[in-house]
Design a protein around this ligand. Sequence first.
Ligand code: NAD
Ligand code: TDX
Length: 332
Amino acid sequence: MSKLLVTGGAGFIGSNFVHHVIANTDSHVTVLDSLTYAGNLASLDGLPEDRFTFVKGDITDAALLDELFPSVDAVVHYAAESHNDNSLDDPRPFLDTNIIGTFTLLEAARKHGTRFHHISTDEVYGDLELDDPAKFTENTPYNPSSPYSSTKAGSDLLVRAWVRSFGVQATISNCSNNYGPYQHVEKFIPRQITNVLRGERPKLYGAGENVRDWIHADDHSSAVLTILQKGTIGETYLIGADGEKNNKEVVELILSALGQPSDAYDHVVDRPGHDLRYAIDSTRLRTELGWEPRYVDFEAGLAATIEWYRDNEAWWAPVKDATEARYAAQGQ
Ligand code: NAD
Ligand code: TDX
């Protein structure tokens, strides 16, 4: 895998992956990203010029893909509209990027015979009850709840069809909730950290009992690299690090880490259709491909993430006010 094309590499998880690949392999990386509100070139600062190229462009642009695909060995597809709340407000961009964008990439992979890895989410499986001992596995039926997760589910099914019908050399991974550096302040953990850093109170949707299965973005990156190197074509791998926590616990940890009383948060309007709980069983990835997460202590990973936001206000401050204004308009 000496030359990789990474779609969405200026976003949160894509940029973490690019830094991981540059630090841990000798691959060259080309990032293709249209720089939506969620893309930030500053997330790619400091990469060696001889190993990294940035192309501003859209994944729905078939002619551009025709130029880029012949010179790469594999494509790792992160680009997406990724935020559930935005998908409830305006679903259309989610169909354009997540469905038509993935379709356009798959057609290019078919035409050029390119190895393709599709990044997806555990949200395609819907949600679990709080008291259910079950976790999602590769065999859990698809049951997405939101416009976001339904377009991700649709994109996964396109990949499966292009493997079976056209022999495209693709793998899929479905990962749980990521945290770490470079995550947009619209998302839960960075929103609450930056609220507290600015003297505002964290905002918890509903009662805060919803459970997410947190994984550090760098562990997601090492898992994707493992699948690229050792995964079986046509297979799906679930990525998770046994990090289940409810939202209230996470907010309390953030407040305590920043020296505030652990109850200094507000309850706000709940998300419509809010998924209750996600939980990943990553046994296949661990046993078949030998992957293990490094960040097994959530509180330590969270503390490092808080430090990153404290040290990098120049990265997030320019978009904080506009993000909060959008939430305020929804009562959140
Ligand atoms: P993000 O919103 O931070 O970044 C998305 C990136 O894609 C941005 O840089 C944006 O500019 C780019 N992009 C959007 N539309 C594009 C288009 N049409 N053409 C080219 N570039 C475009 O998202 P993220 O949180 O980093 O998520 C990345 C991927 O990982 C997504 O596919 C998402 O579904 C998946 N995922 C995310 C999580 C999570 O916790 N954030 C968990 C599991 C899976
Ligand atoms: O201010 C908030 N208060 C709050 O209580 C926000 C922004 C969120 N929440 C809750 C909603 C969720 O239960 O926190 C939880 C996490 O919310 P998000 O960060 O919006 O993530 P989620 O909806 O779980 O989806 C994330 O994980 C799966 C990513 O955004 C998706 O791209 C990924 O597929």
